[in-house]
Design a protein around this ligand. Structure first.
Ligand SMILES: [Zn+2]
Ligand SMILES: [Zn+2]
Length: 185
């Protein structure tokens, strides 16, 4: 369930914290630059991670400034999209920290996050999921991205093309009229 992308992991050893009473806490600073291996995944994570012992596990509050590689919805070029990500999740241990015996995890859901048998709390998968949610539906490389010419495919941010824009305008006019009618109603 937990994907690992090479060294693309943000992990904390929580063996000590698990031995402490509920309410005990740790705060860590995170500053990671990671290889961007897939579109829409964070390749930068800077901020703080707060871990609080609960009666069942560890509550994580992570406030991270991230950056994801996005594909512009107008010109299709890849660009880094800054994202503010706040992760709020409880992580549950799978082994008893004192005896090392496996804990009964039948009460956990598939989506619940777990702490592995080495007491490592791994934020990687949570960050991956939160990043997907945080990425805009239609990312734009810049507010005024000129997009690509529908006739020749030229990236109009880089250079103009010689296509007959008036012809395109005529071709697209029925669509624009339709859109403006929809807007008015
Ligand atoms: Zn663009
Ligand atoms: Zn063109």
């Amino acid at each position: 369930m937990h994907l690992r992308h090479g060294r693309w992991t943000i992990r904390f050893n929580v063996s000590q914290l698990l031995k402490e009473p509920p309410g005990s806490a740790r705060t860590y600073k995170v500053s990671e630059s990671l290889p961007a291996l897939e579109v829409n995944s964070s390749n930068e994570a800077h901020g703080t991670v707060n871990l609080v012992r609960t009666d069942k596990g560890i509550w994580v509050t992570a406030k991270l400034d991230c950056q994801a590689l996005c594909s512009c919805s107008r010109c299709l070029s890849s660009f880094p999209q800054p994202l503010k990500i706040v992760i709020e999740e409880e992580f549950f241990p799978t082994v008893d920290v004192v005896s090392g015996a496996a804990l009964n995890t039948s009460g956990l859901d598939q989506e619940d996050f777990t702490i592995d048998e080495n007491h490592l709390l791994d934020l990687t998968e949570a960050l991956r999921q939160y990043t997907i949610v945080a990425v805009p539906m239609k990312p734009l490389c810049k507010e005024d991205c000129a997009g690509i010419c529908p006739a020749c495919g030229t990236n109009l941010n880089q250079r103009a093309c010689n296509c007959d824009k008036s012809l395109q305008d005529r071709r697209w006019r029925p669509l624009f009229e339709l859109l403006s009618i929809e807007k008015r109603s």
